[in-house]
Design a protein around this ligand. Structure first.
Ligand code: SF4
Length: 214
């Protein structure tokens, strides 16, 4: 398992916002989003074992683990092993897997403790990215999973709205403004268009700004 960092913080995004979390940031990414706030995760990383993860869980007394990146599913088999071990670990109630949506997720929906947070990349992230999204993933996602659009401008907003028109998505949908843009603009669009999505800001950045490790 190649990781970049393991840290204890609160979850800043998704349905578990505010929960104390052990974050496991896996190394490498297959995308290069223009506004990526974790470019340091593109590196090779260092070796880490599941035993090391269990030690951190004990040290911080957490019930919730978030596997993030980079793109964690580039190390799919290792992620499965982590989930299998954590599924049997009493202290752990929930596991979240954050993925950029370019790798299949169907083999992860069998894990009861794990939820999937799948991004659908919008044009502002880089035009090459949007062609890489695996829309076939959407049919596997459950109501407890969620799909996230990070939105920067009107082009992104229109793109996301079009995706919602085109696909049936059972899971919750999150519209998250890119850090630094006025969230009022996005919120008003969602209200005017009566979209059944959740507008969500990145809580950790309101607390710590762009400081690494939160
Ligand atoms: S998918 Fe995530 S880690 Fe990869 S470049 Fe995009 S924002 Fe950064």
């Amino acid at each position: 398992l190649k990781i970049i960092e393991v840290f204890h913080s609160i979850q800043g995004e998704g349905p578990s916002v505010g929960r104390r979390t052990l974050f496991i940031r896996l190394a490498k990414c297959n995308l290069r989003c223009t506004w990526c706030d974790t470019q340091y995760s593109w590196e090779d990383g260092y070796d880490y074992s599941i035993e090391d993860i269990l030690k951190e869980i004990k040290k911080y007394n957490v019930h919730y683990v978030c596997i993030t990146g980079g793109e964690p599913l580039l190390q799919k088999e290792e992620v499965k092993k982590i989930i299998e071990v954590l599924s049997k670990t009493k202290a752990i109630k929930d596991i979240e897997i954050e993925t950029n949506g370019t790798i299949e997720v169907s083999s992860f929906v069998k894990y009861k403790k794990a939820t999937i947070s799948m991004d659908i990349k919008c044009p502002s992230s880089g035009i090459k990215n949007i062609k890489k999204t695996r829309y076939d993933n959407l049919k596997y996602l459950r109501t407890k999973d969620h799909v996230k659009f990070v939105i920067k401008d009107s082009t992104d907003y229109e793109f996301a709205r079009e995706v919602l028109r085109k696909y049936i998505i059972k899971s919750e949908i999150i519209f998250q403004p890119v850090w630094g843009i006025n969230p009022k603009w996005l919120t008003e669009h969602v209200l005017n268009d009566q979209l059944n999505v959740r507008v969500q800001l990145q809580t950790h950045k309101y607390i710590w700004g762009e400081e690494k490790g939160h």
